[in-house]
Design a protein around this ligand. Structure first.
Ligand code: HEC
Length: 114
């Protein structure tokens, strides 16, 4: 798996991410379950939701409500994308809550350009 390579790439970009199970409104057990479930997303979105591919958006640190809305839109067909429509098709509401809890709990620190 390319996980260490992606993490190094993210570090080079100055995007420092740290996973945390604490934090916001998300329930800690949702975050933990989401961490496991999100293994299915790593290949494209990166190990912590920081993508290194230009056509794949970052998920790390996005608001949980935003992530849930996007996943529901892919699932319903309101938002269409060849890959994500398939990825979201069979997700249940609990799956979506857990995935959103995990990615929103990843803390992202942005730094200004040098
Ligand atoms: C094979 C590659 C691939 C995999 C695997 C994948 N995604 Fe995606 N994802 C994409 C691409 C490409 C987009 C951009 C779609 C578009 O342009 O509309 C995207 C977009 C998204 C978005 C919308 C983000 C935004 O800001 O608009 C969410 C949320 C998302 N993915 C969640 C997930 C989750 C959760 C998983 C794992 C269950 C996952 N993705 C797995 C490729 C992937």
């Amino acid at each position: 798996m390319a996980t260490p390579r992606l993490a190094r790439a993210a570090a080079r970009l100055g995007l420092l991410a740290a996973a945390t199970a604490g934090g916001t409104a998300a329930r800690a057990d949702d975050v933990d379950a989401g961490r496991v479930r999100a293994q299915a997303c790593v290949a494209c979105h990166g190990p912590l939701g920081l993508s290194s591919q230009p056509e794949v958006p970052h998920l790390a640190g996005q608001p949980a409500d935003y992530l849930k809305a996007q996943l529901r839109a892919f699932r319903s067909g309101a938002r269409k994308n060849e890959v994500m429509s398939l990825m979201a098709r069979d997700l249940g509401d609990a799956d979506i809550d857990q995935l959103a809890a995990w990615f929103s709990a990843v803390r992202v620190q942005a730094q200004p350009p040098r």
